[in-house]
Design a protein around this ligand. Structure first.
Ligand code: FES
Length: 78
């Protein structure tokens, strides 16, 4: 189950957490969609399931949402 800002969201049809964020109309920066640029970093709670190697900069408590599975049990804060 994925939440955005504490609200459970529908992840059907999405491959990554970034897809979910875009689907629900949240405004998040992104460029490469490949874990490289770091533009999409967001605060996260839970254990993101990575689907790509995350090369871009992020800190503890953050993740690169373009590289995280939409099936992750996480809470993203934008
Ligand atoms: S969009 Fe570039 S790292 Fe996510």
């Amino acid at each position: 189950m994925m939440k955005i800002n504490g609200v459970e969201v529908d992840t059907r049809g999405c491959q990554t957490a970034l897809d979910v964020i875009i689907k629900h109309g949240f405004d998040v920066a992104y460029e490469c969609k490949d874990g490289v640029c770091g533009a999409c970093r967001c605060k996260v709670k839970g254990k993101p399931r990575n689907v790509k190697e995350m090369i871009g900069f992020y800190t503890a408590g953050e993740t690169l949402v373009c590289s995280v599975s939409a099936l992750s049990d996480i809470d993203i804060y934008i």
